[in-house]
Design a protein around this ligand. Structure first.
Ligand code: S3P
Length: 187
């Protein structure tokens, strides 16, 4: 991978629509690391979309695949990894992420998450029911888990992908210590 520059793994966590894939791709380009998107690799390996896996195997089938994928991908080096929004649910995933790289939590308000997820039909958890309620419940449940493993939190509301990537880069290059993230309760 990218051994010359000794780039540590950067793991992006956060809810659906927080910008993990877009920011991750940009950050990887900027720091010359490899970008990996765990959902995209699951789709490549299985040859089907995430929504199809949920339909055929249920959420538990998807979570099993996600755990195996995270174990494998966090074992790489010098990558920027965009994780799925629910990857922090499994304690073993939180351990892989916390122990094998630097975890950055991308945060966003519910209205932003709603807007950014509204055009994508490959998010099975938002396919039925009220998306705003679902996103709010998921964030309440998961925010403490994202914060548990994150060393750095970035607010992404109203900001460009490039701007968020620059903030993460600055944090990395400052060699700043881990920061406590304030709670991101539904806003
Ligand atoms: C999920 C988030 C999705 C995908 C799956 C489940 C979740 O990833 O892994 O639909 O539980 O929040 P993104 O966060 O990239 O949308």
């Amino acid at each position: 991978m990218n051994e010359q520059t000794e780039t540590p793994n950067i793991f992006l966590v956060g809810p659906m629509g927080s910008g993990k894939s877009a920011v991750g791709r940009r950050l990887a380009r900027d720091i010359r690391a490899d970008f990996v998107d765990s959902d995209a690799v699951i789709e490549q390996r299985t040859g089907v979309e995430i929504s199809y896996i949920f339909e055929k195997e249920g959420e538990s089938g998807f979570r099993r695949r996600e755990r195996e994928m995270l174990d494998e991908l966090t074992g790489l080096s010098g990558i920027v990894l965009a994780t799925g929004g629910g990857s922090v649910l499994a304690p073993e995933n939180r351990a892989y992420l916390a122990e094998r790289g630097r975890v950055v939590y991308l945060r966003a308000s519910i209205p932003q998450l709603l807007e950014r997820t509204s055009h994508n039909r490959n998010r099975p958890l938002l396919a039925n029911g009220n998306a705003e309620e679902t996103l709010t419940e998921l964030l309440e449940q998961r925010d403490p888990l994202y914060r548990e493993i994150a060393e750095f939190c970035v607010d992404t509301d109203g900001r460009t992908v490039a701007d968020v990537a620059v903030e993460i880069r600055r944090w990395l290059s400052d060699d700043a210590p881990a920061e406590e993230c304030p709670a991101n309760s539904a806003r």
